[in-house]
Design a protein around this ligand. Structure first.
Ligand code: GDP
Length: 141
């Protein structure tokens, strides 16, 4: 069954540094995602730790949160039928070595950590992540 969903995506600091913003946003639109809201900002180490709290304690947590607070990011709220799974497909595997041809990570990622893009992985994480970056009035239709 098809369900209209919202998901949260982040163009990570590595892709912003490589001038990937325009290409990645074009991929969203070409693949049927509607942009509900978007902004460019920098987050602190503490904010990155809160956003990625689910990974606290993992070996890569410190380095991941250093990376995510190392420069500007672009966050977008996207709408599409099956947006969460479809965005994950468009992103490609976490490790770009395993990412399929035609995916955003295949084209833009440098390594398993500097992997260009984030996308919510489930409905509950999408709710948390959308509300982390956007206020209710910004998502109001
Ligand atoms: P995602 O949902 O595909 O983004 O992957 P995860 O939720 O598992 O991990 C979150 C982010 O942590 C990834 O996008 C990477 O930036 C980073 N990451 C994941 N696994 C590793 C790892 O094994 N080593 C390092 N250095 N970073 C990782």
């Amino acid at each position: 069954m098809k369900t209209l969903q919202w998901t949260l995506t982040i163009i990570k600091p590595d892709a912003v540094r490589k001038h990937g913003i325009g290409d990645i946003i074009e991929q969203f639109e070409k693949n049927g995602f509607r942009i509900l809201c978007m902004k460019m900002l920098e987050i602190s180490k503490h904010q990155a730790e809160q956003f990625y709290a689910v990974h606290a304690g993992k070996a890569f947590f410190n380095s991941l949160t250093d990376f995510m607070s190392s420069g500007p990011i672009v966050v977008l709220a996207l709408e599409k039928e099956n947006a969460i799974a479809d965005l994950r497909k468009l992103m490609g595997a976490t490790n770009p070595a395993n990412a399929e041809e035609g995916t955003i990570r295949k084209k833009w990622a440098t390594s398993i950590e500097l992997n260009a893009i984030h996308g919510s992985d489930a409905e509950d994480s999408a709710r948390f992540e959308l509300s982390y970056f956007f206020a209710g009035y910004e998502l109001a239709q």
